[in-house]
Write a protein that binds this ligand. Sequence first.
Ligand code: FES
Length: 144
Amino acid sequence: MLNYSQKVLDHFKNPRNVGKLEKADGVGEVGNLVCGDVMRLFIRVEDEVIKEISFETYGCAAAIATSSVITEMVKGKTISEVLKMSNKDIIDNLDGLPPIKIHCSLLSVDALSEAIWDYYQKKGKRVPKELKKRHERIEKLRKI
Ligand code: FES
């Protein structure tokens, strides 16, 4: 068994904000080509603040824990604050991840980026440059 922190184990065993969010303003879905894990993240936005967030993840313990913790970290923050977050923030918040599981944290950041991208598309808003770059990278991976 991998050496997971207590926080990772807690989020894995008791994941927060699980399930589909009805009438979400944005939905992001990403997958990892190597392991086959899939993550969907739903957001509801009001005045550029993420008011509600939930996820569905079919994946490993680290993927579930990072999905769960990102929902707690993001709720109540503005989109511009959220876009500054990296997978390192998530890993730190979980008191670390085994090196072999670092890539799992990227999945949650990508799912969140895609949910925000979807929100911007639906609202017809101008997409920030950094978000556009992330979306293009994720789209490229989808075509492999
Ligand atoms: Fe696939 Fe963790 S092993 S996301």
